[in-house]
Design a protein. Structure first.
Length: 400
């Protein structure tokens, strides 16, 4: 299947437009990283405490941020979590201690900040860390609303907590909800010692600063070694200039993608690094397809200039590029639009990366070959065009 046949687009004739586009977005990203948002690293890299909070109604992130600011948690990052109907948010705190006491401190700070109208002398039935099986059981045994044995109250307490955690998703909207689960006297007894807030803390995780620094180092090494390995492969498979052009194009893709995260202030997590490594491989594969066609055409079109050969090669692979990149782009765009908050950063990186990676194979890598040859020709009037030979064979040279 082909979208285009016998196209004759002068891609190299538009190289200055391409250069302007690349410079615009690259410089914008660099300026944002240096002077605006920096590189917005997620908690995976900077270290900190993640607290997962579920609300009874749709959470207002502005109000949550205001409540946390009033409580002195000024650097907290808040984002929705899971599907919107789950009413969950994750709060990232710059608490980098790693003990259980510090973990509890982070959760308690958030609970204290978000509780709008706590009832003195009563416990919040929605916050599982503070109110569990023992607290509910002991309160029922003490008030004895059913005039029965402690063993029966253990069963009732278990029913209450199972309903809260499973049926109600961890957050009760009202204690009266429990009337469908336990007898009315039990509900009335609970009201004497408990109340429900409009949220519940579901859990918390800590990433220590040492772990964050280690992950950051490993992420940079993963990207750097992948680029180095591809340079060596292309040097062996084609020529050094082909490897350099491909690596420069991939570096260009990575820079613009990270710049897009900085400009939009989206956090870079481990899943984003995985997406960046994916787009590195994707962009490199697309570039190799173009280079391979250039190599074939150099052998067949020895009388043509390198610029004409490169233009013809790009046009010959254009249909394949549109098909593969277009279908992949539609897939990751769907993932970005409907994949939820957890996959948002990962899919955003792929959406940007596939667009830029496809563009750079045509507008960055290929023109670099021509620019390099023109430089060599100007330097030496008898310059030659390096022709990539098949692996294991000698190198052939064709005259310009």
């Amino acid at each position: 299947m082909e979208f285009f046949r016998n196209t004759n687009i002068d891609f190299l004739g538009k190289k200055w437009y391409f250069l302007s586009f690349s410079l615009l977005f690259s410089v914008a990203g660099i300026l944002s990283m240096l002077f605006w948002h920096g590189i917005p690293l997620g908690v995976d890299f900077r270290g900190g405490t993640l607290v997962y909070v579920k609300f009874a109604q749709t959470p207002n992130l502005g109000h949550i941020r205001s409540d946390l600011d009033k409580a002195g948690l000024h650097n907290a990052k808040i984002q929705t979590y899971d599907v919107p109907s789950a009413n969950e948010v994750v709060v990232s705190l710059d608490l980098k201690e790693t003990s259980e006491a510090d973990l509890s401190r982070g959760k308690n700070q958030i609970i204290a900040a978000l509780e709008a109208n706590p009832e003195p002398g009563k416990q919040d039935l929605n916050n599982a860390d503070k109110v569990g099986f023992a607290e509910v059981r002991d309160a029922l045994i003490s008030s004895d609303p059913l005039h029965t044995s402690p063993a029966d109250y253990e069963k009732v307490a278990r029913q209450i907590l199972d309903y809260r955690n499973q049926t109600a998703g961890g957050v009760l909207k009202s204690i009266d909800e429990l009337k469908s689960v336990v007898p009315a006297p039990v509900v009335d007894a609970l009201k004497q010692g408990f109340y429900v807030s409009n949220f519940g803390v579901r859990g918390a995780d800590i990433v220590g600063p040492q772990v964050g620094d280690q992950l950051k180092t490993q992420a940079w090494l993963a990207v750097g070694f992948s680029l180095l390995g591809m340079l060596v492969y292309l040097w062996f498979r084609f020529e050094l200039i082909y490897g350099v052009a491909a690596v420069v194009a991939v570096f260009h893709d990575t820079l613009i993608t990270i710049g897009a995260f900085s400009l939009t202030n989206k956090e870079i997590s481990l899943t984003v690094i995985a997406a960046i490594l994916t787009l590195v491989g994707y962009s490199m594969n697309d570039t190799i397809v173009v280079f391979d066609r250039i190599r074939e055409n150099i052998k067949l079109m020895r009388r043509e200039s390198l610029a004409d050969i490169v233009n013809k090669s790009i046009n010959q692979t254009l249909s394949r590029t549109i098909l593969t990149s277009g279908l992949t782009f539609l897939t990751v765009l769907s993932l970005y639009m409907f994949g939820g908050e957890v996959l948002n950063g990962f899919s955003f990186a792929l959406v940007i990366g596939i667009l830029i990676g496809t563009y750079s194979s045509i507008a960055v890598a290929a023109p670099m070959l021509v620019a390099y040859q023109e430089w060599r020709t100007n330097r030496s009037r008898t310059g030659t065009v390096p022709v990539p030979a098949a692996a294991g064979k000698g190198k052939v040279r064709a005259k310009v």
